[in-house]
Design a protein around this ligand. Structure first.
Ligand SMILES: Nc1ncnc2c1ncn2[C@@H]1O[C@H](COP(=O)(O)OP(=O)(O)OP(=O)(O)O)[C@@H](O)[C@H]1O
Length: 268
C-alpha cells in the first residue's frame, strides 16, 4: 500500500511539480530487500529534506532497522535506488556513504566495555580521518576533537571512565559522540532511547533536539517512545510489514484512519 501522504515537498518534487525545489538530501525509490525468499522491505519510496527530522514508527518486525541497514549500506538493496544529495549511492559501501556525511547508530550497543569514553571518541576520530581502528593510537592523537565532542555530548566528566561503568543514557550519549566525530550531516538513529531510564530520557532528547535544531543536522530516527517523537519529529513514517504505510506530520499520521485501522490492537 502506498504512503497516505502525497503532498509532502518530497512527493511533489518526485512528481516533477516543483522544478525549483532543492534536491532532497536523501531519496529512496522503490527500495526493497528480500532475503531467503522473504521480503523484509517492500518498495519504499520517500524524500528527506535538508534539516528535516523524520521519525520511523511501526510494530516490532515492521522493517525499520532493515530499512536503516539499506540506507546506511550495511545490507545491499535487492530492488530500487538510494540517492544522497542527488547522487546515486545504491552500490556504494557503508564507509563511502559515511564519508559523504551519512552516519548511524545501532539499536544494540556498539561500545567496547573496557575502553574509556575518551578513547572511543579518539579512535572514532582516527577512523573518520581514514585510518583504521588501531588501538595503540588513542584519544591523545586528537585532543581538541575529543574535548569538543565530549563537551557537546555532556560526557567530559566521564572521559576516563570505561564504557561498561556508564549508565544506559551515558552509553547512548557516547554512541552519539562516536557518530559526531565524523561530522555527519544526515544521522540515522536506531532506537537511541532503548534501555535508557525514564530519568535520563529528557537529557538525551534535549541533546538530539539540539543536534537537529541548533546544528541543522538532518535526522532519521527509529523510536518507540511516542512522546519523544511527537516532540522532535517534523514528519512520521509508518512502517507496516516492510511497506511505508503513511508519511506525514505527526498530527496527520495519528489521525489517519488507515494507520489506525492497521494498528487496531497493535501498539504504535
Ligand atoms: N538477516 C536477516 N535474515 C532474515 N530475516 C531478517 C534478517 N534481518 C531481519 N530479518 C527479519 O526482518 C523483519 C524485520 O526486522 P527489523 O529488525 O527490520 O524490524 P524492526 O521494525 O526494526 O523491528 P523492531 O522494532 O523490533 O526493532 C523481522 O521479521 C526480522 O526477523
Amino acid at each position: 500500500m502506498p504512503p497516505s501522504n502525497t503532498t509532502s515537498p518530497g512527493a511533489e518534487d518526485a512528481a516533477g511539480d516543483t522544478d525549483k525545489a532543492p534536491a532532497p538530501v536523501l531519496r529512496l525509490r522503490g527500495v526493497g530487500w528480500t532475503i531467503g525468499g522473504a521480503t523484509i522491505v517492500d518498495s519504499v519510496s520517500l524524500d528527506v529534506r535538508e534539516g528535516e527530522f523524520l521519525a520511523f514508527i511501526g510494530p516490532n518486525g515492521a522493517g525499520k532497522t532493515s530499512l536503516f541497514n539499506l540506507i546506511s549500506g550495511l545490507n545491499p538493496v535487492t530492488r530500487g535506488t538510494i540517492e544522497l544529495d542527488g547522487r546515486d549511492i545504491t552500490a556504494q559501501a557503508a564507509h563511502t556513504r559515511a564519508r559523504r556525511g551519512l552516519g548511524r547508530t545501532f539499536q544494540t550497543s556498539s561500545l567496547w566495555p573496557g575502553m574509556t569514553v575518551a578513547d572511543h571518541v579518539g579512535l572514532a576520530a582516527q577512523a573518520a580521518d581514514g585510518g583504521s581502528y588501531r588501538v595503540r593510537r588513542r584519544a591523545d592523537t586528537y585532543p581538541e576533537r575529543v574535548e569538543r565532542v565530549l563537551d557537546r555530548t555532556q560526557l567530559t566528566h566521564r572521559a576516563d571512565t570505561c564504557a561498561d561503568a556508564l549508565s544506559h543514557g551515558e552509553k547512548r550519549k557516547l554512541e552519539l559522540a562516536v557518530l559526531l566525530v565524523g561530522e555527519p550531516r544526515l544521522m540515522l538513529l536506531d532506537e537511541p532511547m532503548a534501555g535508557v531510564s525514564a530519568e535520563e530520557v529528557p537529557a538525551l532528547t534535549g541533546l538530539i533536539r539540539s543536534l537537529h535544531r541548533d546544528e541543522g543536522r538532518t535526522v532519521l530516527m527509529v523510536e518507540h517512545h511516542m512522546d519523544v517523537l511527537l516532540d522532535l519529529a517534523d514528519r512520521l513514517a509508518v512502517m507496516h510489514h516492510g511497506t511505508l504505510l503513511a508519511l506525514d506530520t505527526p498530527k496527520a499520521v495519528m489521525a489517519d484512519p488507515t494507520v489506525q485501522q492497521a494498528y487496531l490492537g497493535d501498539e504504535l
